[in-house]
Design a protein around this ligand. Sequence first.
Ligand code: HEM
Length: 320
Amino acid sequence: TKFAPMTNDIPDPQPVCNPITSSAIFIVATLTPGSDPTDKVRAWCADVAALTRSIGKRVPSGNLSCVCGFGSSAWDTLFGSPRPASLHPFREFAAEGRRAVATPGDILLHIRADQMDLCFELATHLLSSLGDAISVVDEVQGFRYFDMRSMIGFVDGSENPTDREAIDFTIIGDEDPSFAGGSYVLVQKYLHNMAAWNELSVEAQERIIGRKKLSNIELDESVKPTYSHSALTTIAKDGQEVKILRDNMPFGRPGAGEFGTYFIGYARSPEPIEQMLENMFIGRPPGNYDKLLDFSTAVTGSLFFVPSADLLEALADRKP
Ligand code: HEM
């Protein structure tokens, strides 16, 4: 059955490791209390893949995909036990003026494609079939800047694991057999003070990120500061580097002075992402924090569990 421990045969994941696209929509929603809304959301779980296929087939080269995740308390309300071993509410990290804030979020939709119209169409259908069973609390349309750059002008995603490594770092295996094929995803919406960032010299920006801005080449270890974003987000467990899979997107409204990065990170457990947040916000050692945060404010933060594709469909029939 779908819930039995699977040691050799991991169920198909949702498209967590799909390649980076040029457009994305991020939707975070909360669940309307009551039994009708929860019934509706459960039933909807069986439709997500079919809707994505129907719309995606219209433009095969558009790489449309959707990953759907559930927050800790929503999991209990919707599906009861068993629950994913490491699912918990978003953990805040704060020091001095910096804060990785936790904000409400029961359901995440991460919709990606190489055309915004595909993302838009899928978001419209997914949300209309959920109706008033949910309330959208945050919706961001992200785009890809020139040559894969982030809002702050540096190439983003270079150190992402690829292929087999991407799967190994993001997809749950034997450590939680009932949830094998699943993943954890953490999102944060950041707003940047671009005027202040742009006042820095390119060399100062490069020390903050830990890479060359134009060439994207990593700074040599002998000159890369320990406070650089790259140094603080490089972590190891038992002597082995632990990576996460990121698909950040710039977004904004120049007319409103809004310039942002939507951070999204997938991993096999929330732990490495939380370790990176701790290093960035509190510092490694404490006080040696990520100077990117002097120019960036986190305004949302939520953690979700992403069931395998098989489990997502099966959850439709699982009443707590
Ligand atoms: C690397 C941008 C937030 C984790 C990078 C790089 C850039 C960047 C430009 C270098 C290129 C690359 O390897 O992708 C940003 C921006 C952020 C942000 C604009 C929002 C303010 C975060 C957060 C985390 C994170 C919140 C983790 C919790 C990483 C990791 C790397 C990285 C793991 C690769 C480090 C390495 O192996 O060298 N980021 N990032 N980033 N970032 Fe971020």
